[in-house]
Structures are given as C-alpha cells and as structure tokens.
Design a protein around this ligand. Structure first.
Ligand SMILES: [Zn+2]
Length: 258
C-alpha cells in the first residue's frame, strides 16, 4: 500500500514546505482520506484517479480542498466523486459549505455525464469498502463527531487517528488488529499549550506518550502527523526528547510504502 500526505504550503523557494496546514492522505493514488489540500497538491494522475474521498471529520483543515476539487473537475467528471463520511459530517457540509452561499450544492448538480458528487454515509464503528481497500472506522475523542480508521488491503494495514485527544477505544481496536504495518497519530500542540490542546481535543507530546502506552504493537512503525505548523519545531523537539521507539515524524509529500 502506498501512502502520501499531500503538501499544503510552500517555503520561500517555492518548494513544498514540511509544515502541515491541511490534512489530505492519498492511498495508492486513488483514494483520499480527508481533503484539506486535495485540489491544491494532488498530481495530475491523482486528480484523474481519485473519485473517493473519505472524511475523518468536518473541520476546515480536513475539508478545505473538497469544494475546489469538485469544481476543478466539474466539466470532465464521468462518474461522481463519492464522499464517505458519517451522517453528522454530511449534514455539516450541506449546511455550512455546499449551501449555495459558501459554495454550490454539488450533490444536486449534474454535468453532461450525470451527477458530480454523491454522499456515501457510514456509521461510526462501521466497516466499508472503498475501491480495493477496506476501512474500519473507529470513534475518537475530538471536539466534533470524528473517526479514525484502520485501512486494509490484501497484504497489509495501517491506522490513522485523525484529530483526537485521549481515547481508549481506538487503542483497544488497534491492539486486536493482526496485520498493522504503520500507525499515523496526531500531535497538534507543544506541551506548554496543554490547556489549549485539552479544550480543542488534541494531543501534545506528553499526552501522546501516555496514549502510546496503551498501544501494544511495539513492532509497528509510528508516524506523527497533524502538528500545528506554527509550533512544528517545538513539537518535533519535544517528541524527539521522549525517545519513543519506532516513532518518527511523517514527511510531507514523501511516498511511503508498506
Ligand atoms: Zn479537527
């Protein structure tokens, strides 16, 4: 399985920056989990192939690129883009984004070939198939209805926490998964902003370490994602000081293969 976190900003030379402002993970160039930078940073080949977008939750940094992605492809789509999300997220998108005021309601529009976007709702805890992948959704602990996922193909699996604070269910379910090659876990704020992390339901290096003590797959590769860009250097330094085995920071733009 191939996985790439798409870039979302540029450094002063115009190259993709290591800072992650938005969330969009592309699997095997054809399925997106979250759509933060989908319209901005997907390659031409990815734009051609991605017709399934799976959402963890409705926060802006996870959905910002979705309206633009459908807009860019509007005239050329020969099949609708499927948006897989829990009903609360579908409702939030329809109410707050695709409401004719912020953007057109693409779920009601057609091009010459038919519908351009359709919702495929799933319930929290449900398993479902997307292309060649199986996804198990798991409730996590964030400010709004949010899920993490275990993503499986025929050979391997990885897990993604999405945005979350302290949680038990996610770890219990991961510990039962036999074939887990990698875990992508969030760590948004540095330790000194622990209070902000608590009210916004995110992790800091200290609380991440505590969460990882519940994870008993010590051979699994652990990648930290979703570090708030303004605190990246500080969070990375604090994580390195913890010397957690098998843990590294996921590199923006790099293609990982498990
Ligand atoms: Zn969030």
């Amino acid at each position: 399985m191939k996985l790439q976190l798409l870039p979302s900003s540029f450094d002063e030379h115009g190259a993709a920056s290591a800072r992650q402002h938005l969330s969009c993970f592309v699997i095997d160039d054809c399925v997106a989990i979250d759509a933060g930078s989908l319209a901005l940073a997907a390659s031409a080949a990815q734009k051609k192939q991605i017709r399934d977008v799976v959402l963890t939750h409705a926060h802006l940094d996870h959905i910002a690129g979705l309206p633009l992605f459908i807009d860019d492809l509007f005239a050329t789509l020969d099949a609708p883009v499927s948006v897989h999300a829990v009903p609360e997220v579908v409702e939030a998108l329809e109410r707050n984004v695709f409401n004719w005021e912020i953007y057109p309601r693409f779920s009601e529009l057609e091009n010459a070939n038919g519908a351009v976007m359709r919702y495929q709702p799933f319930q929290i805890g449900e398993q479902f198939s997307v292309k060649h992948l199986r996804l198990k959704s798991i409730a996590v602990n964030h400010k709004v209805p949010s899920v993490g996922f275990i993503v499986l193909d025929d050979k391997t699996a990885f897990a993604l926490s999405g945005d979350t604070a302290k949680t038990d269910e996610f770890w219990e379910i991961l510990n039962r998964e036999r074939n887990l090659s990698a875990l992508l876990v969030e760590c948004a704020f540095p330790d000194e902003l622990g209070e902000l992390a608590e009210v916004s339901h995110h992790l800091t290096p200290r609380t991440l370490k505590r969460e990882l003590e519940k994870f008993d797959r010590k051979e699994c590769l652990i990648y930290v994602v979703n570090i708030k860009p303004m605190y990246r250097d500080e969070v990375v330094r604090q994580i390195e000081e913890l010397k957690i085995e098998n843990l590294q920071i996921l590199e923006v733009g790099r293609v990982y293969e498990w």
